[in-house]
Ligand binder design. Structure first.
Ligand code: HEM
Length: 229
């Protein structure tokens, strides 16, 4: 009897995670973790406007506590992998459940941003891989040599190359769409739906994602315009 009770208790979380609601909850929780990181990263990057000393010291500070750095890296990696795993699970389920011949009707009710979620996600994944090779590892670094620890130099040198800036600007716009839609569907996934509050939260998500895009893309634009050099 006791074994059965323990068995049931152990089975519940696994069954919940495998369910549609469980996957939606994982998407939402990991999405919030990544959202908080992206906001912090954008605000940190804006220190480029205060000159090389400031942003380089900030980068140095972030790396000065290895336990913290690797803890955050591990948490981000786990969040990205779980986010992708649950999105694939949900996409496969949606596809299997979709009645044939209703594709047109579905498109009318789903927003442009929600339809872009499944292709903006993979592009953003490619962006992150490129971005780590670019600014963290310095393996792909058009413009000039990568200088370890000299974030200011690395940003100015690579954003002076128009196609690097264009790729970042394009990816940041996709990120804004992805985060904006993700934040508003988060409300529904966790069951916080409210006739008065939901539209306000959705509008706040749209404003936030616009600010996120503007904060990030202002950097390559400022470098191309010669304001940061
Ligand atoms: C204009 C946009 C962006 C700029 C200029 C930028 C800049 C940078 C720089 C300079 C670094 C290296 C920091 C260092 O070596 O100390 C970095 C690292 C990183 N960035 Fe970005 N970033 C941008 C957008 C993004 C976005 C949208 C994401 C995520 C979706 C992201 C995720 C990361 C991650 C995960 C790291 C590695 C942190 C680590 O060392 O563990 N970045 N970024």
């Amino acid at each position: 009897m006791a074994t059965t009770v323990i068995g049931v208790r152990q089975e519940r979380p696994a069954r919940f995670l495998a369910s549609t609601n469980g996957k939606k909850a994982i998407m939402a929780v990991t999405g919030v973790i990544l959202f908080v990181f992206v906001i912090g990263h954008m605000l940190g990057n804006l220190q480029v406007y205060e000159g090389p000393e400031k942003i380089n010291a900030y980068g140095h500070f972030l790396k000065s506590i290895p336990e913290l750095l690797w803890g955050v890296r591990a948490a981000l990696l786990a969040a990205v992998l779980l986010h992708i795993w649950s999105s694939i699970g949900l996409a496969l389920r949606n596809n299997a459940a979709r009645p044939k011949g209703y594709a047109r009707k579905k498109n009318v009710v789903s927003s442009y941003a929600s339809r872009t979620m499944y292709w903006s996600g993979p592009i953003l994944f490619c962006f992150i891989v490129y971005h780590l090779l670019h600014f963290t590892a310095g393996i792909v670094h058009p413009g000039s040599d990568f200088k370890e620890g000299d974030i200011y130099h690395n940003m100015v040198a690579s954003f002076s190359v128009w196609y690097v800036s264009a790729w970042y600007i394009f990816s940041m716009i996709l990120l804004g769409l992805h985060v904006g839609h993700g934040a508003s569907s988060f409300v529904q996934s966790l069951g916080f739906n409210h006739p008065r509050h939901t539209p306000i939260i959705k509008r706040a998500a749209a404003v936030f994602s616009c600010l996120l895009i503007l904060g990030f893309i202002s950097i390559p634009i400022s470098v191309l315009a010669g304001l940061v050099k």
